[in-house]
Design a protein. Structure first.
Length: 65
């Protein structure tokens, strides 16, 4: 899932972490030098494909998907 801001992605990641789902955030904002890049390409929350359905289900319940 791609989020509009790092804050949204971090909040979703925290929920998945709490549920024991391993995930990471992928963002290309030039090391923080160009945060506006996140607006155009988004901040991606990545999970293993084996955890995808469970992750989507959890994030939907939390209104984060």
């Amino acid at each position: 899932k791609a989020y509009q801001s790092d804050f949204e992605a971090q909040a979703a990641k925290a929920q998945l972490d709490e549920a024991g789902i391993k995930c990471f955030i992928s963002s290309d904002n030039e090391g923080g030098m160009m945060p506006s890049l996140s607006l155009s390409i988004g901040v991606k929350l990545m999970v293993n494909k084996d955890d995808l359905e469970k992750s989507i289900e959890l994030l939907k319940v939390m209104n984060m998907y």
